[in-house]
Ligand binder design. Structure first.
Ligand code: AHR
Length: 331
């Protein structure tokens, strides 16, 4: 078992933590076994990140960096992707393996294409923890654990709310994130499996998590359908806010003429819900740095870790609920 000075300090916590037995984590690359930190008191982490992408991403990546701090005994190397390009992520991932870091955190910009570098990390006995984004095919032998809120469950709860709001059904549009992402596929799955058959899906288009793109995409759809759209399912807050702008541009009232659902739960979305411009906001909790530390510690100690750890999230279905949550909103 590989033990850093810092690990010994919280051994009690990790072992007492809710780390139910699952897949056997590889005991991280250590000097004794080649690579890792010389002194044994600082744990080196390679963070293969997404980089700037909106409110949620900023909150998540800041939370991870704040958690894996020097004070907490970590040396975290932050490698955001170049314009979301997967090749830049694979290059960073490979260099972290060559450097012999103790563990790697990965938020993938694409779901596919990770098998070979994950195999290499496994051979080097470097645990890999997936943050938020999954890989496809989802081979749990290739990584230690994935930590994320429940994308399928969250979008199912959004569809349940829509079913209650429109018992006779409605014409709706889906604004999706970039194609090829596990979270996009999972959010479609939860929604499509739950929305009542008396609803009509007019369009499902990607707007790349962007307010501007969502505004122009939805403006076009409103015109093409003579504004006969009652509901928007936006897969993130920024796109939902873009749809609200398009509704106003069309001389309609968001929240009244067109109800807009979003996922993330950022301050901007809760402010729009409090103002009645959005109608339902499902949180996708970005603050799971502490959980990631527990997983990395357990993996480096050779403990077994659940291959999937679900981060709890809540939903907001009224201006009152948003107003109540806003004062303490951390992201
Ligand atoms: O992967 C999670 C998604 O990525 C968030 O919902 C979106 O806002 C972010 O950019």
């Amino acid at each position: 078992m590989f033990k850093t000075a810092r690990f010994r300090a919280i051994a009690g916590i990790a072992l007492a933590g809710a780390m139910a037995l699952g897949v056997t984590a590889c005991s991280g690359g250590s000097d004794a076994e080649g690579g890792g930190s010389a002194e044994g008191d600082v744990t080196t982490i390679g963070f293969v990140a997404v980089g700037p992408e909106g409110g949620w991403r900023t909150a998540n990546e800041k939370n991870i960096q704040d958690s894996f701090s020097k004070e907490n005994g970590f040396d975290l190397k932050y490698a955001p992707a170049t314009n979301g390009d997967q090749n830049s992520q694979i290059t960073a991932f490979t260099s972290f393996i060559d450097e012999g870091v103790d563990a790697i955190l990965l938020s993938a910009t694409e779901a596919t294409g990770w098998e070979s570098v994950l195999e290499r990390a496994k051979e080097a006995e470097i645990p890999v923890v997936l943050l938020d984004r999954g890989i496809e095919p989802n081979d749990t032998e290739l990584y230690t654990s994935r930590i994320a809120p429940d994308n399928v469950g969250i979008s199912a709860s959004a569809a349940e709310w829509a079913n209650e709001q429109f018992p006779e059904g409605a014409n709706y549009v889906v604004l999706e994130g970039p194609p090829g992402l596990s979270v996009v596929n999972d959010r479609n799955k939860g929604w499509d499996e739950t929305i009542d058959p008396n609803f009509t899906k007019l369009e499902s288009q990607s707007a790349n998590w962007s307010t501007e793109e969502a505004k122009s995409v939805f403006e076009t759809i409103l015109k093409a359908n003579n504004n006969n759209v009652q509901l928007v399912f936006a897969q993130n807050d920024e796109m939902g806010l873009g749809a609200a702008l398009a509704v106003e541009e069309a001389g309609l009232k968001p929240g009244t003429d067109v109800k807009i659902i979003t996922i993330d739960g950022t301050k901007a979305a809760l402010e729009a819900l409090a103002a009645g411009r959005l109608s339902f906001v499902a949180e996708y909790n970005p603050l799971f740095g502490d959980t990631a530390i527990e997983v990395v510690d357990a993996a480096l100690a050779g403990e077994t870790v659940e291959s999937e750890i679900v981060v709890p999230s809540v939903t907001f279905d009224s201006p009152e609920a948003a107003t109540e949550a806003l004062p303490d909103r951390a992201f």
